[in-house]
Design a protein around this ligand. Sequence first.
Ligand code: PLP
Length: 448
Amino acid sequence: PAQETVDDASPDESRLQPLIQPWPLAGSIGKTDLGLILAGDGVYVKDALGRSLIDGPAGMWCVNVGHRHPSIADALRDQAMTLTYTSPWYTSNNPARELAQMLADRAPGDLKHVFLTTGGSSAVETALRLMQFYNNVRGRPQKKLIVSRQGAYHGSTYLSASLNGRPRDHDWMDGATELARKLTCPDPFRRPEGLSIDAFEDFLEDEFRTMIEKEGADRIGAFIAEPVQASGGVLIPTKAYLTRMQAVCREHDILFIADEVVTAFGRLGHIFASQAVFGVEPDMITFAKGVTSGYFPLGGVMVSARLFDELRRSNHPDAMFAHGLTYSSHPIGCAVAIRNIELLENGILDHARAIAPYFQERLKTLEDLALVGEVRGIGLMAGIECVADREHNNPLQIDIEVGKRIDRHCQDLGLLVRPLINMCVMSPPLVINKAQVDSVVEILRQGI
Ligand code: PLP
């Protein structure tokens, strides 16, 4: 109720804040309509109203080992007291080297190299710039188009944002439209009417082939895909979709970039999900979020050794990949990531895999609510989609804010929800237990 009062209040100059929140509406910049979170512990956060809330979205799909983990806090402090920072341009540091080796040992196929960044958008941006560099050096300067899908989310930098696939991401923003192409969202729930699941998969592959024919394979540099479209509403593709898209990429010398910013580091029970869950071996994997469980901003791109072999053997071995960030390979971030991976591999991944079926089964029971069109999920991520009319799965256009309203009710009952228009997303810390899953489902039932 306190939140509703703030939301409903008319603009009041005295309440305007210097802090600009991400994704603000023009009319609400500087307004303090967000709940204030003061502390976290395990799967819980505490807000300024004194409420203890289960962190349903784990921050933003990231606090995988849970809040306030003493071992990560120790790693962070120890590294800050040993070496706070050193330039990645003309020096190196031990945590970065050790982390790179750990990642190379765990990534699928020949993804033996990693470029470290500050988060997901910079990881995607790096992957795309690397694709451009790769094709320039190979003498294919026209091979630069990037194919993504409707419903995708790849970030908020200029190029990464150009690949986002929801209309509202583009309505008021410019983008690199000359470089970006979009395919149909592979969401089986909203497939074209009359198509079976198998026919839908054929349709998606054919569409990609038709696009390649129209644009020319010599103009398409990369296909980028989240294995599970996360911010699009936890959209899980049909079984063979990703392997089929990868095969098309290979046929046409198009780099396949798996954006695992959400799906890596345990959300689907594995360090990387591309191969373990979906059977694909991408040319690059972008990651962020769960790599440090949100304790430090860090991301990166795993890169195929084949690409670097080709670059080394090219006619332009002196060409420079003019790309780098001050905080690439940040020693504190890398030390946190190392400890985080150790924790994941010392029981948390096993726990995540063990509890995932219970989490999914229990959430699925919400489908008996009149407002719920579908509950879908995989691992420890799930989307609850509300519809106005279950027979036709119409999205709730009468109230596009329904997710926010459900979140507000759930917060009063002890659960933080990630509202996404007519959807609620659940991706709790991986350490959630059965009793806490029960609470999540019970609160959602009442909240919805
Ligand atoms: N890629 C995916 C799949 C994401 O979900 C996100 C963020 O949610 C990003 C990229 C961008 O990451 P960041 O917000 O860390 O820049």
